[in-house]
Design a protein around this ligand. Structure first.
Ligand code: UDP
Length: 444
């Protein structure tokens, strides 16, 4: 098999590949990069895989993103860029299956990837797996195709199971696969120094770990002023807006935010709006958490000031962040937390739990505040501090935006991943776009 002749293709920035591009298999079994995020089980991983895939394609890589087909009408191929597509494979039933029940279908998924590979005019040079389920698939592909594997966890079982009451049956398998990934993969990408420490401490002392953060679209999230965003959404310029967006999952700590708002002095002004965005249609598994939060809001007498806009579309999200006075990320644990950098990119200060990747993205007193997780009174006090000092709030927002622009753009992230792949494949510089060296990328 040979690579297609792509020598004439110009990259988005005008750079020309000297040689045909290398093909990457980006595996995300349960996190379909082509679906809308914000609902049941679709969040940061879906965004990460799509953005990484599309941006790597702009640099010049050929990227096939493999995911599981979850209903009959879904197209098998979704083309995102001439060199990047989502490939949906049938493994098990063509229905939504919660991620804890997918493991038994993975051998079929691997067989489908290998079958798809045989039909392509190019060979995958490297597999990049996402989350432990895909990590297992990646380990099989590494062995069967003799190619290097890069793995990103997105969530660690060793941490997740500390915070849940009912540990699922699949836990033993998950922990074993996560250890195997760290021991065997050619490189594991930690998205923050905190995640790297957690891996070393809780998963395995072995492992070749490289820190490459998640990113965000700094242009899209920087497009609105607060006034323009409020006019767009019809929000009164005089009101103070606290914003949460994310999946309805108990780990996200929405309950703590609701209790903190009930406790905050700012509530007494009668001028507050709490927007809680996200969640899928009624009847889905995340509906239970949404119902629980809605009844808490009612019980605490917050119904008049709280809005539940549901899943916020990609098109509306920049306006919501920019309209907010403060964005709150009250998670019990967060390996990275895309929402924090999206808010920061929009010039909005972030109050976040002092955990995981949020300790990396949010600089306390400079771009926002960190508070202990599950601490209602501390969160209430932090909300009051930010909302009562308009000048400081603006300063925090500006510093937040500058930080994201410097360290967390998708372009920078994809450049770092591209450099990592090139090193693992021992590509020489003429096989790569001229600018894809790590030296060009500011890390910290
Ligand atoms: N999201 C969205 N609309 C919603 C809720 C969430 O677009 O209604 C997006 C959000 O903007 C972010 C992602 O879903 O890009 C959530 O990622 P994060 O890392 O914060 O959390 P995860 O879902 O991975 O736990």
């Amino acid at each position: 098999m040979s690579f297609p002749d792509q020598a004439a293709i110009l990259c988005s920035d005008g750079l020309r590949f000297q040689n045909p591009p290398r093909a990457i298999a980006l595996v995300s079994v349960h996190g379909d990069p082509a679906i809308d995020v914000g609902g049941e089980e679709a969040g940061g991983q879906n965004v990460y895989v799509r953005q990484v895939g599309e941006t790597l394609a702009q640099i010049g890589w050929q990227v096939d993103m493999f995911t599981r087909k979850v209903h009959g009408e879904q197209p098998e191929i979704v083309q995102h860029h001439p060199r990047c597509r989502t490939v949906r494979l049938v493994a098990g039933s063509q229905d939504f299956v919660p991620r804890d029940q997918i493991f038994d279908d993975l051998p079929e998924f691997v067989a489908q990837v290998l079958d798809f590979q045989r039909q392509q005019p190019y060979d995958y040079a490297l597999v990049h797996s996402n989350y432990w389920l895909s990590g297992w698939v990646g380990l099989q592909l590494k062995q069967k195709l003799g190619i290097p594997q890069v793995h990103t966890y997105h969530s660690l079982g060793a941490i997740k199971y500390r915070n849940v009451e009912n540990i699922p049956l699949i836990a033993t398998t998950r922990l074993a696969v996560e250890k195997a990934c760290l021991d065997i993969a050619d490189r594991v990408v930690a998205t923050s120094p905190q995640e790297k420490n957690d891996m070393k401490r809780l998963v395995s002392e072995q492992g070749r770990i490289e820190i490459i953060p998640c990113g965000t679209d700094v242009e899209r999230f920087g497009q609105f002023s607060r006034a323009a965003a409020r006019a767009h959404l019809g929000i009164d310029p005089q009101r103070q807006v606290i914003f949460y967006v994310g999946r309805f999952d108990p780990r996200k700590g929405i309950e703590i935010l609701v209790r903190a708002v009930a406790h905050a002095q700012a509530r007494k002004t009668g001028n507050l709006i709490l927007v809680i965005g996200g969640g899928s249609r009624p009847g889905r598994t995340d509906g239970l958490e949404r119902e629980r939060i809605e009844s808490l809001v009612n019980d605490l007498g917050l119904a008049d000031l709280t809005q539940f806009p549901g899943r916020i579309s990609e098109a509306d999200l920049p306006a919501y962040y920019a309209a907010a006075d403060v964005s709150v990320v009250p998670s019990y644990y967060e390996p990275f937390g895309l929402v924090a950098i999206e808010a920061m990119a929009s010039g909005t200060p972030v109050i976040a739990s002092d955990v995981g990747g949020l300790q990396y993205t949010v600089i306390p007193e400079q771009t926002g505040l960190l508070v202990p997780p599950r601490a209602v009174e501390s969160l209430a006090a932090a909300i009051d501090r930010v909302l009562t000092d308009e000048g400081w709030r603006l300063q925090l927002g500006q510093a937040a935006q500058a930080r994201v622009r410097t360290y967390f753009s998708w372009q920078g992230v994809a450049q770092q991943l591209s450099g990592l792949y090139a090193r693992l494949l021992a590509l020489d510089s003429q096989d790569m776009p001229a600018h894809s060296t790590e030296a060009d990328v500011k890390l910290y």
